[in-house]
Ligand binder design. Sequence first.
Ligand code: ADP
Ligand code: MG
Length: 623
Amino acid sequence: MMPLARRIVRNRLAAFGAGLLLTVTCLCLATPFLGLVDPNIINTADRFTMPFDEGYILGADHLGRDILSRLLWGTRLSLAVGLTAALIAALAGSLIGIAAGFFGGRVDALLMRSVDVLMAFPYILLALAIVAVLGPGLMNALIAVAVVNVPFFARNVRGMTLVIARSDFIAAARLSGRGNLSLLLFEVLPNLWAVIIVAFSTTVGWMILETAGLSFLGLGSQPPQSDLGSMLGEARAALITNPHTSLIPGLMIFVIVMGINLLGDGMRDALDPRLSKGGLQRSRPVTEIDRSKPPAPSRQPGLHLSGLCTEFRVGSSPLLAVRNVTLGLAPGECLAIVGESGSGKSVTALSVMGLVASPPAVITAGTVSYGGRDLLAQTYDVLRGLRGHRIAYIFQDPLNSLHPMLTVGEQLTEAMQSHEAGLSSDRLRERATKLLEDVRIANPAHVLASYPHMLSGGMRQRISIAMALANDPDVIIADEPTTALDVTVQAQVLKILDRLRREKGVGLVFISHDLNVVAQISDRIAVMYAGQIVENGPSRDVLDDPAHPYTRALLACSPQIGMAAGLPKPIGGSLPPADNLPAGCTFAARCSLASKACRALPVDLVISDEREVRCIKWEPAHG
Ligand code: ADP
Ligand code: MG
């Protein structure tokens, strides 16, 4: 089954809605073949016959017409009209929205202002006015309902088209010489389907109700033709005396609209999982902590992690992203954490300050000691005081971590003010300038007045570093700060970080997937694999004499000038899934040295002198 259909079926309510609709649709399709009596034959002698009486399964109405026959024929008509109106509204609205969003400028202004005019009238009044002008009749009711629903589609689709039309992949397609039509059909439209279908499925029920409403008022289907709305309208007079005449069509409307809405909600959740229950949950300000007996915090200066475990509680078995990580960072030291993407480096770094999003993250064990305190036991206010003040972060993507609407100067001063109130604006400006000079920006005055998008990637990364430095932190955690940069800028950024650490004694946790980069700056290297530290030691030792097969593989796959062995060798295979880790060594599946013993039991970290290695084949130099 297609994944979408499977997701809908898995959602019980949506499946129930689909079942209801399917039943009604089958009944409608089969109506002509059921041998029902003519729905319009009047038989006054049988007026208001009750259901199951005298050959009338659902009874007869005020003119003695067979309700079952009228109901099924009426449902056919109501569904056909409602669906057609919805299709027309969706088609017209989407076309308007796509044209407005894609071409922008005058086209957009013209189309959207016309739509605004439609939206300026109350919904039902507009429909009534249209029918009043065109005259009553089912066709005119259809047109009215379609017209009043066009703005809804146009607005939704325009918004989405605006975003898509300005994204990079459209620019790339345009550069490859594609025309507007081809872009619209093959690039924009496929990205809009989900929005259009979601909008359609959530409004079609409403449109069937509106058509019924117009018929109820006598403006839709005209006697003797029955549709659900007119059946209700005609039965209104006998609502108290013979309720079955109105209950039956009412129930049918209820079933149809509920079926459509349940299915529509299910489809929306399946197409856009972020909107489903819990998907848009706000994360807490601090990562959830659920640990039994944490080790006492260390009294040593610097930052120390001990036995840290962080997992993501999603699905049936938790994703163990960080498992029993112990690391230490002395003041002024640079500790590198390396490992391929997904090995748990970022989650480790974010756990330090409780910055991993909860739900779904939970810290299940360990301590983070800083200044003799356990950071994981602190209240949110204490942590907030430390975040960015004593322990600062630099993130990988400098464009996403800077605010697009504020100038560099405003962001830098905000970073300072949030931890130190009452600085004069002259003093703030002076300090911001000094910070930019510290990160080797040549014309600070100009850069302070610029917005992030006006600056180059390297410049923006330097600004993120300057922001991290704004409050003279003791520790900076830099999560792949140079990954987005080219090699020359990367070298400059490394130099800046290294100098800061030497001059200001800042402790630096430097996360990277590239051993070549960390070789230039780190004192110690910790290698992570599948959430665990597999090797940890002084940089020179780890680089010159890698002990773990994974470290060796990482070294072999990072290119170096004048590499003896020629091209870098990629590591075959991939990380084991974090919710289904192997019993033994997690690297065994990709390791050429692996034996049966490796796969049997979890491998402990062996500590000898300054080195820690998680490999049973490792023999420490001095026993
Ligand atoms: P990296 O070493 O590349 O920084 P991460 O620390 O970001 O790796 O991720 C470690 C593991 O945690 C990965 O298996 C990833 O799939 C998982 N993970 C990260 N964030 C989430 C999240 N919000 N929900 C579920 N799993 C996550
Ligand atoms: Mg990462």
